[in-house]
Write a protein of this length. Structure first.
Length: 320
């Protein structure tokens, strides 16, 4: 960007609301706040979070998009909080997100969250046009998710209906939106890597190298940067619980003595409940698939019997 022009920053934070996402809370201060703060300050945007640099002239627009689990019929798939220009306010919105949806879901409809993010960026553009703001704009979309994303197309967005997550990533790249992903897991996450690479096919911004201080998490950054001074978090003496991946199931490894042990126990029980719900949903899915297979076989047998009867009738008619 040309440093002689005033710059603006548009940020959309897309967060999965499934219960298992409680494991991502340590990442708020270890990763999410540092990368967003660095992004705003690198583009000289005011963000109301202790930024006293005299060169900060740009306007920041930030918004939080919450993505609910697929098995919730009561809540909409996507919920959007109010726009803010204050990073502290955005982080407060994030702290208030209740991770209690989608217990046991195997996939999330990420296309709906990405479509909502693109709609938010479009609204930011309209607001800028109304204000006759001609400043250069740096755009970033940060997705925080644990559950495997479904590759099904968006259905709830009028503007982006029919576009798959990969297609939405391409649209973001063409519109200058750099997409990044954070997931509290050490397991391979090929779907997120595929989406990250898809954004890179149309976005000119190169990916960033990740420091080793967050090795327990999957972090893919483009357009965002994790400052080296904040890359290695220090854990307190009482050893906060660490989310570990064991055979695709979440466990909490911690000492249950000392300050905060009750809270740790509660988190462990909640994650165990989410795991049980996931196993139950998997069993129900397998049972449903078996029923569908049996129904399909029955239909095939009926069609075969009908074909035999028709053939027999034709043969009898020819003989007559």
């Amino acid at each position: 960007m040309d440093s002689s022009r005033t710059k603006s920053c548009d940020v959309v934070l897309v967060v999965e609301r499934s219960a298992v996402m409680r494991a991502a809370k340590p990442l708020y201060e270890q990763c999410i706040r540092p990368v967003l703060e660095n992004f705003l300050e690198r583009n000289a945007c005011r963000h109301g979070s202790g930024n006293t640099e005299s060169g900060a002239k740009g306007q920041a627009r930030m918004i939080l998009v919450c993505l609910n689990g697929l098995n919730l019929c009561v809540l909409p798939t996507v919920e959007i909080r109010d726009t803010t220009n204050n990073l502290d306010t955005l982080m407060a919105y994030l702290e208030d997100v209740p991770f209690n949806s989608g217990g046991g879901v195997r996939e999330i409809a990420l296309a709906e969250g990405l479509a909502a993010a693109l709609e938010c960026f479009a609204e930011f553009n309209k607001e800028r046009e109304r204000m006759r703001d001609s400043s250069e704009v740096a755009r970033a979309c940060l997705v925080v998710s644990y559950t495997v994303p479904s590759m099904e197309a968006a259905q709830e967005s009028a503007d982006y209906m029919g576009l798959t997550p990969i297609g939405l990533m391409h649209v973001m790249g063409r519109r200058g939106v750099s997409a990044s992903f954070v997931s509290p897991t050490r397991r391979p996450h090929p779907q997120l890597q595929t989406l990250f690479d898809a954004n890179g096919e149309t976005c000119r911004t190169p990916p960033e190298l990740i420091s080793s201080g967050v090795e327990r998490n999957l972090i893919l950054l483009r357009g965002l940067k994790l400052p080296a001074t904040k890359a290695t978090p220090t854990l307190p003496n009482e050893s906060l619980p660490i989310a570990m991946e064991v055979d695709s199931d979440i466990q909490i490894i911690d000492n249950t003595s000392g300050p905060g042990s009750a809270e740790k126990q509660q988190i462990q029980e909640q994650l165990m409940l989410a795991q049980q719900q996931q196993q139950l949903q998997q069993q129900q899915l397998q049972q449903k698939q078996l029923q569908q297979q049996q129904l399909h076989q029955k239909q095939q047998l009926q069609q075969l019997e009908q074909a035999k009867r028709q053939a027999l009738q034709q043969q009898q008619q020819q003989q007559q």
